[in-house]
Design a protein around this ligand. Sequence first.
Ligand code: DOR
Length: 429
Amino acid sequence: MTTYLIKGARLAGGNRTDLLLRDGVIVEAAEKISGSGAEVIDADGLLALPGLVDLHTHLREPGREDAETVETGSRAAALGGYTAVCAMANTSPVADTAGVVEQVWRLGRDAGLVDVQPIGAVTVGLAGEHLAELGAMAESAAAVRIFSDDGHCVHDPRLMRRALEYVRAFDGVIAQHAEEPRLTQGAQMHEGVESARLGMTGWPAVAEEAIIARDVLLAEHVGARLHICHVSTAGSVEILRWAKKRGIRVTAEVTPHHLLLTDEKAGGYDPVFKVNPPLRTNADVAALRQGLADGTIDIVATDHAPHALQDKECEWAYARPGMVGLETALSVVVATMLETGLMDWSGLVDRMSVAPARIAGLAEHGRDLVAGAPANLTLVDPAARWGVDPAALASRSRNTPYAGLTLPSRVVWTFLRGVPTVHEGKAVR
Ligand code: DOR
């Protein structure tokens, strides 16, 4: 196994460091290391960050390998600076049994580009009627800790209560896709001035907020851990702020696209901007950024949602919701949170690595880059700018909403347990 000596990188806090990586761990971290025999990487001008962790990735395998596979999604993740991703359960078949989560876990291990931690479904077939085999998934080789029907809301409050009670026994987490379905029937975009202007059926903010309000109260009642997926409205941020102040065990994520884009994008009828929850207003974007900066929203998660061409390049009403995001997430967070002065690199490391690793219980990730820590890290050029070309993405799908945009910061190297997965900006395989 090659030993790597990273020379002259800066840590998020600003200190310069050399890092010696051997046998999967950082064996030394100091201002000057002379590691003879090591392959030297000149990291002058680069930032060394703990590998990013994505709590919300759709890898589409099994079932929709035409849109993404565990391997292509893992490659996209590594190129985005990630060393671990949590794979959502809305595959086909649904990841609602020990067999399917173990299959995804094994595919991730075989691809070997990031650690793939499967998320199990809360209900059988995501149908919202019967609890899935949560215990069997937790005890499987995949050791599932997070359960989610993402794409669908667990809308029956009794079932939600039971799910929270069940996972409390092993400190598991229910990750809720907060959408009251009776309020979003036929919805195509955010309900507001833009939807009225375009004549499209709206998805009102209250459909998200009502479920979050209900579920933080249920989590308090049960004493269990709740995570809210892709928070998208200012009202949701307010409810979360209240719940956290009250000591309720709730965490929340925001996506890069909800930090940058608004519902005005729907005006061009390009389905690349169709996503669930929908893009909201400028006031929502401002509240989400503020919530992420002050810690009300704990993490950034991509909701990387690859879709095959025929599912996206069609009329808006028929297009599937979702955007790819793994390869652009870091850059969009830099543009929206760092370049605006709302957060610094240490904040980014917390929201994109440390906190998601803690929520998911991934002990090998989100660690300080010190001697003895697993060598899961990424080297980023903070001065780089790059143009997003959908055809150049490693994801099997092309549905990025950032085509043609120039974004700041670029991943140059990523290491998984001391082995490069990205080498000078290119995937190693
Ligand atoms: O836009 C979305 N796409 N939101 C979801 O919740 C599900 C996801 C998907 O699976 O495509």
